[in-house]
Design a protein around this ligand. Structure first.
Ligand SMILES: Nc1ncnc2c1ncn2[C@@H]1O[C@H](COP(=O)(O)OP(=O)(O)OP(=O)(O)O)[C@@H](O)[C@H]1O
Ligand SMILES: [Mg+2]
Length: 330
């Protein structure tokens, strides 16, 4: 049964572990995710698909607890699956079926009666942009059309949650745009929750308001996108003429953190005085500052920074996205 603490939450996990034989695929996952649009990010083999399958009750967890919409993932898999639309990463379609039959069949498998499944199949195929192709066999579909058909199958029973495992995989720019728009619409107009996995921050940023980052089976970041953007260090980008190394030394000597980016340098902005400090360092180093602008990292930069830092010994999420000053803080 649902525990009281899981009420109102989309997903909870407590010390959740999944082993495939001796291989630890999910390592002590602890999460509380509110409804909304959540992006699950992580490199190949991180454990994204495994996490989805555990939530859906498709595979047995090794230990720990979890809930979806307050239902226990260990004992209420059927109920959970009736409320979730799942778009798997693998090709789950029957090439010999027409799109309309495939989608209707998915509905019937989920217990819908044939009439309402047929009616809904027409609606969802239109929603995913396949209205004109609905009587064509899946075997004639492009990758983009197949992904859209998979999405239609996931939406057939009007689920509360949509779980999409790499929905943009293999799509060209136009198909990708359409897929992301459709997922966004499902949240903003349909009021549903969406969980989507991706390797690419950009896809997630377009649809989601929260991010869960998995690395080697562990959750390394769980933040709202707004929090992430606000929390990350602000930098001042400068371009200097003559003696960049001297300039770097001067800045470091007064405790400012510097990153060399080719001809440019980014200096961590401690406070408003950082601008003055940069100019006086330049005077001391006898270099000319040709450009000085505020640099606001976008999410892709933050993602790369985090991935970069994962190679280091990181204990807390905060270590991943907060400044690494070399000197004294303000
Ligand atoms: N059925 C299985 N048997 C054994 N090991 C598995 C099985 N499924 C996944 N794994 C392993 O568990 C780890 C997590 O895999 P998972 O598929 O969840 O990663 P992922 O984040 O979805 O990766 P990708 O981005 O490549 O889809 C990987 O090391 C993978 O090799
Ligand atoms: Mg996967």
């Amino acid at each position: 049964m649902a525990s009281e603490t899981s009420e109102g939450l989309l997903i909870t996990a407590k010390s959740l572990k999944k082993m495939y034989g001796p291989h630890l695929a999910l390592d002590d996952i602890n999460l509380e995710i509110p409804p909304g649009a959540i992006g699950i990010l992580g490199p190949n083999g991180a454990g994204k698909s495994t996490f989805f399958k555990c939530l859906l009750g498709l595979i047995k967890t090794t230990s720990g607890e979890g809930s979806v919409l307050g239902h226990d993932i260990r004992t209420e898999g059927d109920l959970i699956r009736s409320k979730i639309g799942y778009m798997p990463e693998y090709d789950s379609l029957d090439p010999g079926l027409t799109a309309i039959d495939q989608v209707r069949y998915s509905g019937e498998l989920l217990g819908m009666n044939p009439d309402s499944a047929t009616q809904r199949a027409h609606e969802v195929l239109q929603y995913v942009g396949l209205k004109d192709q609905r009587y064509r066999k899946i075997e004639t579909f492009s990758t983009g059309m197949k992904q859209a058909a998979k999405l239609a199958c996931a939406l057939i029973h009007d689920p509360d949650i949509l779980i999409c495992d790499e929905p943009t995989n293999g799509l060209d720019q136009r198909a990708r745009e359409f897929m992301l728009q459709t997922l966004k619409k499902t949240v903003s107009e349909g009021g549903r929750s969406v969980l989507m996995s991706s390797h690419v921050m950009d896809d997630v940023e377009r649809v989601c308001d929260r991010i869960v980052m998995i690395h080697k089976g562990k959750i390394v970041v769980h933040r709202s996108i707004d929090e992430m953007v606000n929390q990350v260090e602000k930098e001042i980008e400068i371009s200097v003429w003559g003696g960049a190394s001297r300039m770097e030394q001067e800045l470091s000597s007064i405790g400012l953190s510097v990153r060399r980016m080719g001809r440019n340098m980014r200096v961590t902005k401690v406070d408003e005085e950082t601008y003055t400090n940069i100019l006086s360092s330049a005077a001391k180093a006898k270099v000319q500052v040709r450009k000085m602008t505020d640099y606001e990292p976008d999410l892709e930069d933050i993602f790369l920074l985090i991935m970069d830092k994962l190679g280091e010994d990181v204990k807390e999420t905060d270590d991943l996205i907060t400044p690494r000053y070399t000197g004294e803080g303000p």
